[in-house]
Write a protein that binds this ligand. Structure first.
Ligand code: HEC
Ligand SMILES: [Cu+2]
Length: 313
């Protein structure tokens, strides 16, 4: 009867989908059975006890203890079975394993933003490796949204001022559709995201080079994104004001004085070195407080920063 399940539900693609579907189909079949069983009893009673002649009366029956016990105890057992079956699946579905990959999900009108353990962020595209548990820590920046992945049999509200969690282990490489299922305004129906369930190799490439968005974004824009998202903006201004570090405005092509008294030209290699080993050359008049971004920025992101600084004349 798998065709019937596949007719009702999208193909399950997460480890606990089988359990959810099992219970779901059990309830469906139970409902179908009782539809015909009760309907049949009604037809039987209508025929069996129909009025055969004018003035015919039926005996006055107040109750039947045996019958009442049967129709109370059997349904009680059935609903208890459904309860414990569901409760077991519920506990399994809500408690993530300790070794899950943790991804922070932010819902806002009207996009889903994902942040990975290494600080990478993506919009509306979530990459996860196949067969590895993934935990989503979700919150909203504005109104209540709801994160629904039909293929994973998962749905949970995403709420401002509170964290909610979901976890899953994707079992099939491919794409999954995410919907927002809490009406959140004009763009609600566009609040869609795609989960890419990657093979381990694809996931490696994604972590190293970023998703499609990052790989295709023009370098200057990517650099601006890095500047805003990776903390550079807290120490470096782009309008010439001095912060904890020198402003990026107008430094490209000029020379700066190092604390060692030598002159350095601000060009690609200098910027690259400033990002990866900031203490190699410390700009005169500044404290050596810049942390290294070794391992935190991808090659393309460093090139982006270089292009971005170049554009700030
Ligand atoms: C905690 C503050 C801080 C953060 C965060 C920070 N920097 Fe710096 N940065 C500094 C300071 C201070 C200097 C000057 C001293 C030095 O050269 O180490 C500096 C110097 C630089 C220079 C050389 C500038 C010049 O005028 O010669 C570059 C380029 C640079 N940072 C890029 C970045 C980028 C890109 C990021 C983000 C990925 C970043 N920094 C994040 C504090 C910071
Ligand atoms: Cu929404």
């Amino acid at each position: 009867m798998n065709w019937f399940r596949d007719y009702l539900l999208p193909r399950g693609a997460a480890s606990h989908a089988g359990e959810v579907d099992g219970l779901f189909m059990f309830i469906i079949y139970l409902t179908i059975f009782f539809f015909f069983f009760n309907g049949g009893l009604i037809f039987y009673a209508v025929r069996r006890w129909r009025r055969r002649s004018a003035g015919e009366t039926t005996p006055h029956i107040t109750h039947d203890t045996r019958l009442e016990l049967v129709w109370s105890v059997i349904p009680l057992m059935v609903v208890m079975l459904i309860f414990f079956w569901g409760f077991k699946g519920y506990v399994k579905a809500w408690v993530p394993p300790n070794d899950s990959i943790e991804i922070v999900v932010t819902g806002k009108k009207w996009v889903w933003q994902f942040e990975y353990p290494d600080g990478t962020r993506t919009l509306n595209d979530l990459h996860v490796p196949v067969n590895k548990p993934v935990k989503l820590v979700m919150h909203s920046e504005d109104v209540i949204h709801s994160f629904f992945v039909p293929g994973f049999r998962l749905k949970r509200d995403v709420i401002p001022g509170r964290y909610t969690e979901l976890w899953f282990t994707a079992t099939q490489p491919g794409k999954q559709q995410v919907f927002c299922t809490e009406y959140c305004g004009k763009g609600h129906s566009d609040m869609l995201a795609t989960i890419y369930v990657d093979t381990p190799e694809q996931y490696e490439v994604f972590l190293r080079e970023g998703d499609e968005q990052v790989r295709k974004m023009p370098l200057k824009e990517l650099g601006k994104l890095v500047y805003e998202n990776k903390g550079c903006a807290t120490c470096h201004s782009i309008d010439g004001t001095r912060g904890q570090g020198p402003s990026f405005k107008g430094i490209w092509g000029h020379t700066v004085k190092g604390a060692d008294g030598k002159d350095y030209e601000v060009e690609a290699n200098y910027i690259r070195q400033s990002i990866l080993s900031p203490q190699a050359v410390v700009v005169q008049g500044f404290e050596p407080i810049m942390p290294t971004f070794q391992g935190l920025l991808r090659e393309r992101e460093i090139q982006g920063v270089i292009e971005y600084i170049k554009s700030l004349q």
